[in-house]
Design a protein around this ligand. Sequence first.
Ligand SMILES: Nc1nc2c(c(=O)[nH]1)N[C@H]1C(S)=C(S)[C@@H](COP(=O)(O)O)O[C@H]1N2
Ligand SMILES: [Mo]
Length: 198
Amino acid sequence: MFFGRKREVVAGRVPPNQRVTTGWPVLHTGGIPAYTKDLSNWDLRIYGQVEEEMYLSFEELLNLPQYIAGNDIHCVTGWSKLDNEWKGIQTLQIAKLAGVKPEAQFVILHAEEGWSTNLPLADFLRDTSLLAHSHNGDWLTPEHGYPLRAVIPHLYFWKSAKWVRAIEFTVQNKPGFWERNGYHMYGRPWKEERFSWD
Ligand SMILES: Nc1nc2c(c(=O)[nH]1)N[C@H]1C(S)=C(S)[C@@H](COP(=O)(O)O)O[C@H]1N2
Ligand SMILES: [Mo]
């Protein structure tokens, strides 16, 4: 009966037309940034509709309250990876620190090489959204986003920008890289919002 129960539990966690994978595929466009262990030249810029624009160093991020999240991720290409454990900083903390202006409605996550993705502010502010530096107890590997990536588990995984370098709060929604190339502006896996025409 354990098998039956387990299947049921997993079934309730996997959105339509997704398959569970036990590996961890690597998906991105462009190159993998060659960061070293020394992150003294790295920073995270917070700007746009905020009271205080700022540049946070990696050390400053590690000195903010650290948050551990367990979640499932769902890639629009059809794989889901269950039971991830991430460690990092809640995006909510970043918003509090910078003071988001009432005009802000959307967030653009900017990564290396000009890659970006967009999401509504309310989704960025969910207490399950984070900026992660570690996965399952280890620092992120270069191909998965070292030193810092977004994890927005309730949206398709393309919204979880790897190698994130800036967070922009905006009045208007602006399509990011994949959103300009046919992907959905919102991207909720349970609604199968895969493409712009879905
Ligand atoms: N900077 C950047 N982040 C990115 C992407 C990208 O091309 N560039 N691809 C997205 C897509 S489409 C997916 S499915 C996930 C894949 O993350 P992973 O390689 O850690 O599985 O990263 C997302 N974040
Ligand atoms: Mo993806």
